[in-house]
Every structure is written in structure tokens, then in C-alpha cells.
Design a protein around this ligand. Structure first.
Ligand code: PLP
Ligand code: MN
Length: 349
């Protein structure tokens, strides 16, 4: 984890105008968020869910961007309440929603920063055109309790494009769309104080663009099996520790006590850390089981692990894996050094 923190700092050194705003959805732990802010001299963190943001603020994080849309008045009331304890900003792509945010902020006597989310190709949230971005920003400016904070221009779909040059090319289109929105806003008399986006796979390119003022990598801290398939510099630092609970020598398989509730399979199965990973793959054994099967093409007889043996998994996808657990146990040179509570885990309503 320390190495990944150093790598991120060295990659961002050349781009001092793009400050890191690390995505806390990866770890959901305020203790880690505070450490990141200190070690990266970061503006703050991002959260994807309101409950995640509440956990960060309760854990002493002073500046949170909710890099997502939050709707419904009871939630917006919580958002405004949260803004009494920390600097809070949020994304929006809908006029009725920004009116609701304004009503909640005014009622609480608070100012909330609102960024217009611009669709830069993922076709998830965000306005599609520069003129829609301008119309929404003008509405934000006109409403009490709101501050127009800039734009979010994030494309999640290109983070796992395997080749670095292809990711770079894909980001060019993202940057062009972000620039178009910034220019249209400027022509309408609205400066964008913040242009934010970029994840672990692409943030160096957004940072180098001259358009972005913030980048939002999250998974860089842990890596995972899927990011390892990118040509990326990240070390694996997140493991799920499991125990062999059954061995079948005639089939040549072993079973571990970690299934779908311990490590996510949405980006493929976890890998086995260490030398076991050279001989075995992990297959889905259901909610509470993982099955170690010999890798195809492995020569000769492979040594099966023993019942009771501890083995470590490298998760397929770090974010949903962390969400399954209560604590992250920080180990250095075989010694437990720190335990971080994952207080933002859960569905995060
Ligand atoms: N920003 C936004 C808006 C996201 O949705 C995500 C992840 O889904 C990230 C940043 C961080 O991505 P990564 O964990 O791949 O760095
Ligand atoms: Mn992810």
C-alpha cells in the first residue's frame, strides 16, 4: 500500500494543477482516507454513497465530494446536515434534483457545492451536451444554498482497457468532451473552479490534459486481479486470508472457506497469492466455499495444500470485496501494525 501511495505521488508530481481526490469507495475506511489526505497532500476524498460520506465525516475527513447523484428529500436532508460538519459537494444532472438540493441546503442554512456531471462516454449519469451543462449550471447559480462548483467528467468504462496507449487514446475523447463543457460554461460567463474525474486506469492522462483540476483514483491503493491484467504499476496489497477446509486428493482439488461472501467474482475469480497461484485456480464454490483446481497446462503432480493451511486470495475486484468485510488489517513484515474499520461498508443508502 505504501508503494502504491509513492507511485501515485510520483506520477502526479509533473501535474501540480491536478490535485488528488482519492476515491474512498475502494476502502470505505475513514482511517485510510485521513492517511491518504496526509500522504498525498490531497484536496479530500470522493464517496459514491451518502452513507459512505457520513462514515467519512464521522471519522474526521474534512472534505468529501459525493461523485454521484443523490435524490429523494430525506437523503438530501441528511446531505445538508452532513454539510454542517465538513465541506461537502455533490454531482447532479437534473434540474428538479438541484432544486431539491437547494431546498434542503436552505432549510439547514448551509451552502452545498454542486458539480454538473457531464456524460463523457460511459452513458451512465451526466448531461449529454454543453448546452444542457450550461442550463443546469445557470439553475445552480440562481438557487439559494448552492454554489456552482464545476463539472465531473468521469468515464469508468475505459479504466480497464488493457493497453496503456489505448487508454490514453480513449482519454483524449473524454478530455475533448470535458473541454467542450468548460468552454461553453465560460462563454456563458461561468468559470469552472473544479474539473474532476479519472480513475486508477487513466488518471495520469486526465491530470496531464491541462483541463482537469482533480483526479479520483481509488483502486490504486490495493490493486486487484483485474487491474493486474492492465499494464499498470500497482502492487497487490489487498488479500483475503482463508483456510483450507477440505482436500480431495483423487480429484486433485482443495476447498477454502471463502466464497462469494468473502471475495467478489464480478471481475473474474480471485487469484491465489504466492506459489500456490502458480499451480491452482480458484473456482466459484458458492456462498461460503472456493474450490482450488489445478491450472490447465501445469506439468506433473502438484502439491495440494493441507486441511487447516492458511492461503491468501488476491480479489478479482477490490471495491465489492472490501464491502464484504468489517476490518482491514494492516500488516508490515509479518506484524499487525494497524486495524482500519470499514465503517462505510454496506449498501450505503
Ligand atoms: N470516480 C468515480 C466517479 C467512480 O465511479 C470510480 C469507480 O467506480 C472512481 C472514481 C475510481 O475508480 P478506480 O477504483 O478504478 O480508481
Ligand atoms: Mn471498482
Amino acid at each position: 500500500m505504501d508503494q502504491n501511495i509513492d507511485t501515485l505521488n510520483s506520477l502526479l508530481k509533473a501535474h501540480p494543477n491536478a490535485r488528488p481526490r482519492l476515491h474512498a469507495k475502494a476502502h470505505k475506511s475513514p482511517g485510510i482516507a485521513r492517511m491518504q489526505i496526509e500522504k498525498h497532500d490531497a484536496v479530500g476524498v470522493c464517496c459514491q454513497k451518502l452513507a459512505e460520506a457520513e462514515a467519512m465525516v464521522a471519522g474526521g475527513v474534512p472534505d468529501v465530494l459525493i461523485s454521484n447523484e443523490i435524490v429523494q428529500r430525506p437523503k438530501l436532508k441528511r446531505l445538508a446536515e452532513l454539510a454542517t460538519h465538513a465541506k461537502i459537494s455533490i454531482c447532479a444532472d437534473d434540474i428538479a434534483n438541484v432544486r431539491d438540493i437547494s431546498a434542503a441546503a436552505s432549510e439547514a442554512g448551509m451552502q452545498i457545492g454542486v458539480l454538473v456531471e457531464v456524460n463523457v462516454g460511459q452513458n451512465r449519469c451526466g448531461v449529454d451536451t454543453p448546452s444542457e451543462a450550461v442550463a443546469l449550471a445557470q439553475e445552480i447559480v440562481s438557487l439559494p444554498g448552492l454554489e456552482f462548483a464545476g463539472i465531473q467528467a468521469y468515464h469508468g468504462g475505459i479504466q480497464h482497457v488493457r493497453e496503456r496507449e489505448e487508454r490514453q487514446l480513449a482519454v483524449e475523447k473524454v478530455v475533448a468532451k470535458a473541454r467542450e463543457a468548460v468552454d461553453a460554461l465560460r462563454e456563458a460567463g461561468l468559470e469552472c473552479p473544479v474539473v474532476t474525474g479519472g480513475g486508477t486506469g487513466t488518471f495520469e492522462f486526465e491530470a496531464a490534459s491541462g483541463v482537469y483540476t482533480e483526479v479520483q483514483p481509488g483502486s490504486y491503493l490495493f490493486g486487484d486481479a483485474d487491474y493486474a491484467r492492465n499494464d499498470c504499476p500497482w502492487q497487490q496489497s489487498l488479500f483475503v486470508q482463508t483456510t483450507v477446509m477440505s482436500v480431495n486428493p483423487s480429484r486433485g482439488t482443495a476447498v477454502i472457506d471463502a466464497g462469494l461472501k468473502a471475495s467478489s467474482f464480478d471481475s473474474g475469480p480471485p487469484l491465489l497469492a504466492g506459489s500456490l497461484g502458480k499451480c491452482f485456480d480458484v473456482e466459484n464454490g458458492g456462498d461460503e466455499h472456493g474450490i482450488l483446481v489445478p491450472k490447465s497446462g501445469v506439468q506433473g503432480t502438484v502439491q495440494l495444500p493441507k486441511v487447516g493451511e492458511v492461503v491468501r486470495l488476491i480479489p478479482g475486484h477490490c471495491d465489492p470485496t472490501v464491502n464484504c468485510h468489517d476490518f482491514l488489517v494492516g500488516v508490515r513484515k509479518g506484524q499487525v501494525e494497524v486495524v482500519f474499520e470499514i465503517s462505510g461498508r454496506g449498501p450505503g443508502f
